[in-house]
Design a protein around this ligand. Structure first.
Ligand code: GLU
Length: 484
């Protein structure tokens, strides 16, 4: 490609950034950065029935959070704006007129009822049909009659017969369609607003887009678009159609599927790290070739290539994403993890909105204790509930331990140590435990498991000294008294 690469993500702003859109945008972004090209974000808002004004900001927020900075869009402008279609209506009108004049398009006066009838007749004959083309050759008199009835025409593109429309897709390789299977399609509605297929080619051309990356669901639109490019004498861009993303059951993902988290906003709310989500999404269809799976954005930019994007569907593996996010969380600075977790603890009512220095240190220790274990920040609430709940839930294993003979001796001795302890910090606690060992003669598992089971209700868990400090002297003493 001699021209600098120009790619675009062109969402219809109907809501939040979906994982499928995010993948398209990420692939766009990576290629643009890799090749010193431009990444354009354009809003396709001509379908006013599905349009949601907040969808524009929602989409941009999702991209922003993922760190996919764009070069041109509604907020920052650019040389080929405006970047939302409803502000480009006059541009489409010019091209629509051109198609009408050259005979590549024609007005169609068929009403919904007419079309319904046509479809029913086709069905009765066992035909699979597009539009019959019945308005292709209206006489001026017929047109005048329709106009007199007050009918407003939509505009249809005239699909030439007997054409094979082929193109080399960057992912799917050679793709071919027969024009005979495509009925004349509507490119502008009676109110003059263009349909997706028409607006998209005008925009991609005017915005000098030379590579169109999008989901496979648009593959069947591509021959229609190629025919229009040709009719307007415009060069056809390259295409890359990305295979579907399947859910964990290897079924087509529906927006209602709850087995996976589908919107980027939800990941942000649950306290995932954007770099983990980016890393994970990059692997939905792309494979780097080696064994390595962890990539920073910079590494992705250096390595990403459509040649290694698969034609087969990608399977969205939520467990893998959680594994990956945990790996990123483990490596993140504790202060960052604290910032992510604190709002969740506040929301659960576990901590006050304002913390003094001691409170801050306590929360930091609490989160630090769980940093290795959490898959995403919201999990801190569940992971740390033993430090907040008044009532202790003792699981089966812990209950079995607590029935052992030595336990009362150990706990009584520890209670004594706790009650007379002057300091109950992480540093001071080991000496208390050491003293219990001396006084009772129990050590190792018999000592630690008893205390852990009694105070956390579990046999396994994070660092015991830190756990005891986090519970605090009062809670520890109360729980021991309770049990004894
Ligand atoms: N607005 C279309 C969509 O959201 C974009 C399709 C395209 O990229 O051409 O699916």
């Amino acid at each position: 490609m001699n021209q600098p690469l120009r790619v675009r993500y062109a969402p219809s702003p109907t809501g939040h950034l979906h994982i499928g859109g995010a993948r398209t945008a990420l692939f766009d972004y990576l290629l643009a950065r890799r090749h010193g090209g431009a990444f354009v974000v354009r809003f396709e808002d001509t379908d006013q029935t599905r349009h949601k004004e907040s969808g524009i900001e929602d989409q941009l927020n999702g991209l922003r959070w993922l760190g996919l900075e764009w070069d041109e869009s509604v907020d920052i402008g650019g040389p080929y704006g405006p970047y939302r279609q409803m502000e480009r209506l006059d541009i489409y009108q010019t091209h629509l007129n051109q198609l009408l004049q050259s005979g590549h398009a024609y007005p169609c006066y068929c009403s919904e009822a007419d079309l319904e009838q046509e479809r029913a007749e086709q069905e009765a004959r066992g035909e699979m049909g597009g539009y019959s083309g019945k308005c292709r050759h209206l006489t001026p008199e017929q047109i005048a009659a329709f106009e007199a009835e007050g009918r407003k025409p939509s505009t249809r593109f005239l699909v030439p017969a007997d054409r094979i429309i082929g193109f080399e897709d960057k992912v799917r390789e050679h793709v071919e369609f027969e024009s005979n299977g495509i009925g004349d399609f509507i490119i502008a509605r009676p109110d003059g607003i263009p349909t997706y297929n028409f607006a998209v080619i005008v925009d991609d051309h005017m915005m000098k887009i030379n590579l169109v990356i999008r989901g496979e669901e648009h593959l069947s639109n591509t021959p229609r678009q190629i025919l229009m490019y040709e009719a307007l004498g415009m060069p056809v861009p390259e295409f890359a159609h990305l295979a579907l993303i399947l859910n964990q059951d290897r079924k087509k993902m529906s927006k209602r599927d709850e087995s996976i988290i589908q919107f980027i906003e939800q990941y942000r709310e649950l306290g995932y790290l954007p770099e983990a989500v980016v890393n994970f999404i990059a692997l939905l269809g792309w494979s780097p070739g080696g064994e390595e799976e962890m990539f920073t954005k910079e590494e992705l930019i250096a390595q990403f290539d459509l040649d290694r994007v698969s034609k087969s569907p990608a399977v969205f593996d939520m467990d893998k994403l959680n594994w990956m996010n945990n790996a990123y969380l483990k490596k993140a600075p504790l202060s960052r993890v604290v910032d992510l977790c604190v709002p969740h603890l506040q929301k659960a009512g576990y901590i006050e909105p304002q913390l003094d220095e001691a409170g801050q240190a306590w929360v930091t220790a609490l989160i630090g204790l769980n940093q290795e274990r959490m898959r995403f920040a919201a999990e801190i609430v569940e992971l740390s509930s033993i430090f907040f709940k008044e009532e202790l839930v003792i699981d089966e294993e812990a209950a079995a331990i607590l029935k052992e003979e030595h336990v009362p001796v150990v706990l009584t001795s520890f209670l004594g140590q706790v009650e007379q302890a002057e300091s109950f910090t992480v540093e001071a606690i080991p000496a208390l435990l050491k003293q219990v060992q001396k006084d009772t003669g129990y050590k190792g598992k018999q000592l630690f498991m008893s205390i852990r089971s009694a105070l956390t209700g579990q046999v396994h868990g994070p660092d015991l000294n830190v756990s005891l400090y986090l519970l605090g002297k009062e809670k520890v003493a109360a729980r021991l008294q309770n049990l004894l």
